[in-house]
Design a protein around this ligand. Structure first.
Ligand SMILES: *[C@@H]1O[C@H](CO)[C@@H](O)[C@H](O)[C@H]1NC(C)=O
Ligand SMILES: *[C@@H]1O[C@H](CO)[C@@H](O)[C@H](O)[C@H]1NC(C)=O
Ligand SMILES: *[C@@H]1O[C@H](CO)[C@@H](O)[C@H](O)[C@H]1NC(C)=O
Length: 127
């Protein structure tokens, strides 16, 4: 499913690129610039705080929506937890988080809570 989508997009991109390349450089560069303006931004911290907040809430909603979609479309168990710098939390879990963590524990053999506890104990005993 994912592979299909991916190859479709690759094909689409190749079509668009060859289409653009047939035009002259001015047009090509203009189109490229427009494409950048349409959502593609350089991945680095957004300095303007109001822009940063807008981007944060848009992308957060986007991720939560995608998480929900993949869980419905593909029967995947998904948990997403996002903390803002304000400390506010947003989450989505297709299944109760405790069940997802159980699954995580079973697969990795790592028990998050115990691990934290263990490292605390080790720290205090190693003093
Ligand atoms: C490229 O196309 C643009 C608009 O389509 C035109 O103004 C420009 O003169 C063209 N440049 C060349 C080098 O052909
Ligand atoms: C178009 O621009 C690219 C780099 O921006 C350059 O490599 C290429 O030679 C140019 N093509 C033409 C026909 O001017
Ligand atoms: C942040 O961006 C908004 C919208 O682009 C602008 O109106 C505002 O002046 C900017 N603030 C600062 C501190 O640059």
């Amino acid at each position: 499913m994912l592979m299909l989508l991916l190859s479709f997009f690759l094909l689409l991109e190749r079509c668009m690129n060859s289409h653009l390349l047939r035009r002259n450089n001015t047009t090509y560069q203009e189109e490229k610039r427009k494409e950048m303006g349409r959502g593609k931004i350089e991945i680095k911290r957004i300095e303007n705080s109001s822009n940063r907040h807008v981007t944060y809430s848009k992308r957060r909603n986007g991720i939560l929506k995608k998480a929900k979609e993949i869980s419905v479309l593909c029967d995947a168990h998904v948990s997403v937890i996002i903390f803002a710098t304000s400390g506010k939390m947003h989450e989505f879990s297709s299944t109760p988080l405790v069940d997802i963590l159980d699954q995580y524990h079973k697969l990795t053999g790592r028990r998050l809570w115990d691990a934290k506890h263990e490292s605390r104990k080790t720290m205090t005993t190693s003093k």
